[in-house]
Design a protein around this ligand. Sequence first.
Ligand code: HEM
Length: 142
Amino acid sequence: MTDKQIVLIKNSWRIFRAIAPELIGEVFYSRLFLMMPSLKPMFSSSMDTQYKKLVDMLSFIVARLDKMDEVSKTIKEMAIRHEQYGVKPGHYKLVGSALMWTLEKGLGKDWNNELKDAWTACYNVLADTMIAAAYTKDENPV
Ligand code: HEM
C-alpha cells in the first residue's frame, strides 16, 4: 500500500460509512452467501450484529493503516478466533470479493479503478496477515 492509497482508502471509507449499515450488511452477506451458501451456518449471531462488528473492526484498522504495527496483535488474535469459527484460508478470497462488490455498490460514482487497486492492496495485507497468523503455526519452536 502506498501513502496515496492509504489516503484514498481513508477518504472512501468515510463516505462509505455514512450509508445505513443494515443496507450494506444485506448487500455484503447476500453476495457472500450467493458465492458460497455453505458459509451461512458458520454465522450464529444475527447478521446485523455481525456486520456491525466487521465494520467496526475495519474502521479501527483503516484509522491505523499508516501504523500497522499498532494493530498487528489485534489482527493476529482475530485470525486465531476465525480459525476456531471454522474459517479456512480459501474463504478469505471470497470475503474479499464480497467486500469489493459492496464497496463498489455503496460508493457508486465515487468508485474507480484506482480505489479498487487501493482496497485490493489493503485487503490483501489484512488477509495475508490473518492467514499467516492462524495457519502457519510453528509447532516445534526452538
Ligand atoms: C479481513 C477479513 C476479516 C475481518 C476484518 C473480519 C472481522 C470479524 C469480526 C470483527 C468478527 C467478530 C468476532 C471476532 O472479532 O472474533 C468476525 C466474526 C466472524 N467472521 Fe470474520 N472477518 C474477516 C474475515 C472473515 C472470513 C474470510 C470469514 C469466512 C467466512 C469470516 C467469518 C466469520 C465468522 C463465521 C464469524 C463469527 C460469526 C458469529 O459468531 O456468528 N470472517 N469477523
